[in-house]
Structure formats: C-alpha cells, structure tokens
Ligand binder design. Structure first.
Ligand code: GZL
Length: 329
C-alpha cells in the first residue's frame, strides 16, 4: 500500500500538499503546467457507473464542483465495465482534453491506456479508487480514501461489539471483484478480526456494491448458513439489500443478525438510526472540490502530492440520528 498522507481536513490536505510541507511521497506535477485561462480548460472524467448511492453522490459532487469553477467537464458513465472506461479515456485523448480523471472500476489492466494518455501529454488524476500499476509516472496523484483503514475500523467495532461472545459467525458481502475498495476493505477487516479465533468468516461473496446484489447473496446465505451473527457489507447499498433478505426470512436485522457497513450515505444512515444497521464507517464521496483544486494547481504549474487521503469518521446509531438532518448525501 502506498505511503499515505492523512491530513485533518480535505482543505488542509490540499493546502499542506500544495505547500510541499509534507515529507512523504515526492510531489508530482502534470504536463507542462498548462497555464490556460480557467474557462479554456477541458477535463475528461470517466466514472465507474451509477451502482450505489455513494456513486451517485460522487458524480453529483464532481459535476457541481466543475460547474461552480467554470471548468468544462466531459463526463461518462461506464456502467461498471472496464472496457467502457478505457473507451472513454481514449475518446478524451482523441479530443485532446487538458486533464483526464477517473475512478478505476478494478485495479488491473490500465497501463496500456494510461501510457497512451502519457504519450499524448495528458496528465491523469486517479479519484476514489487506485490502480495497481508499478509505473507511478502514469498518473499525477491518487485522491481517495484509505480503504484498508476503513476495513480495520469495521473490524475494531466488531471486536468491541462481540467482546463477550465465544463465537462470531460472519458473512462478508464483498464489493466489485478486483476493485481497490473490495480488496482493501477485506484486508483491513481480516487483519483486525484475525487476532481472535472466535471470529469466523463462514461465507464471503460479491454483491458488486449494489442493493440487489446484497439482497440476492444474503437470501442464498440465509438458506445455506445455519448460523450468522454478523454481516460485514463493503458498502451501505449491499447492507440495505441484506436487510431486505433478513426481514423476508423473518429475522430482525440489527438484533438477530448485526450489520456493519461502509459509506454512510443517507439511506444507510437512516437504517442505522432505525437500528437495522449497527455501525457505519464513513467513506466520503465529496471529492469534487479537491479535484478542481488539483486541476487548477497543475494548470498553474504547481505540484501536488502523489497520494492525498481525505479524513473520514464512523457513526453509531446515536451519531446517525444527530447527523441525519444535515447530511448532504
Ligand atoms: C469507495 C467507492 C465504492 C463505495 C461504493 O470509494 O469506490 O464504490 O464504497 C461504490 O458504494 O459503489
């Protein structure tokens, strides 16, 4: 996992990164520093899809941020297919955009198209998800969450919640197979619960980050697993699907079967407030303002850190009840 820079607030993160104060990964600059007038800049964004409440909020925030900044944004939705994202990136190269930003649906298979962008002199910014490329010159920076830490936080909650239990049977609803959040959230969670043999992951399957996927997998596991104490869902949407399946099976979610999820989108926070989810680890989709700042900095010939991590929190039921009225997404 790359050296991470975790800074108190997103704004501070960028300010610190831009000032070059942090001694971590070497700052990077994109292209020849453009120097274009803001209203001449064109950015191409290749989005994963519209699979979850998180993704919808992420897309809205990015589009609104570029609208507000007066920077033209070309936007594409890949319906969670890597080949569509690659097509979109190639199209942005053809159109000679000034910058390309995207959230890689999976970690692998990007070197060829990123080398094409590099050859065209178009800087690439990774948002939300990482690529596993060994060639770090293929992108200027990776702006997004630390998913391993998110998994650890879910594991730490489980350790506390089940402190008095002798055995904890866990079902894990994984995100999109091969995606950075699915790989890393599983890694962080396993690292923490692996300290105590009483925790046993009895089944782990992908629900592809969708509500329907979470429901279908949970329906099957409720039939095949004699005992389930906890569901760890890699996002709220799959957790919400699991709730539907658990209730259809005549059990009480949050009581008979506890649920911990990641994201903290409004529907998830409502389920937490209602006691159907027991704990949520936040993963902020609001990356638009930071992405605009990165583009402006690079256009002015400035440098940004190779890795920018936005600080996130966690929510209990009481905290969700308090936070809901002001929740932006
Ligand atoms: C995480 C993001 C994940 C969310 C899901 O940064 O990539 O993808 O956790 C979304 O809700 O589908």
């Amino acid at each position: 996992m790359k050296k991470l820079i975790t800074i108190a607030a997103a704004g501070a993160a960028l300010a610190l990164a831009l000032s070059g104060c942090s001694a971590h990964a070497a700052p990077a600059s994109g292209g020849d520093g453009g120097g274009k007038a803001i209203d001449e800049l064109v950015v191409g964004f290749a989005q994963v899809g519209a699979e979850s409440g998180w993704r919808t909020a992420n897309s809205k925030d990015i589009q609104a941020s570029f609208e507000e900044a007066g920077i033209e944004l070309k936007f594409s939705d890949a319906q969670q297919k890597q080949e569509n994202q690659i097509k979109a990136i190639r199209s942005y190269i053809q159109q000679r955009v000034d910058y390309i930003a995207f959230s890689p649906v999976v970690e692998t298979g990007w070197d060829a198209v990123l080398n094409e962008a590099k050859a065209a002199g178009i800087p690439v910014i990774l948002t939300d998800r990482a690529v596993d490329s060994k060639d770090e010159s293929l992108y200027v920076t990776f702006l997004g969450s630390d998913f391993v830490e998110e998994g650890r936080k879910a594991g730490q909650w489980a350790v506390t919640e089940f402190a008095d239990a002798d055995s904890v049977k866990i079902v894990q609803l994984e995100g999109t197979t091969g995606s950075a959040p699915a790989i890393d959230r599983a890694e962080g969670f396993a690292e923490v619960i692996g300290e105590d043999d009483k925790f046993e992951v009895v089944a782990s399957q992908t629900g592809d980050f969708t509500r329907a996927g979470g429901r279908q997998v949970m329906e099957a596991l409720l039939k095949s697993q004699p005992e389930i104490d906890l569901v760890y869902a890699h996002n709220d949407d799959m957790g919400l699907g699991a709730i539907e399946a658990i209730e259809a099976a005549g059990k009480v979610p949050g009581k008979d079967i506890k649920i911990v999820t990641v994201d903290a989108v409004k529907d998830g926070m409502q389920a937490l407030a209602d006691g159907k989810i027991n704990f949520i680890v936040e993963c902020s989709p609001l990356l638009g303002a930071q992405l605009v700042d990165i583009v402006k900095t690079l256009n002015d010939g400035g440098e940004v850190e190779k890795r920018i991590v936005t600080e996130e929190t966690t929510f209990t039921q009481e905290q969700a009840i308090e936070a809901l009225p002001d929740r932006k997404y």
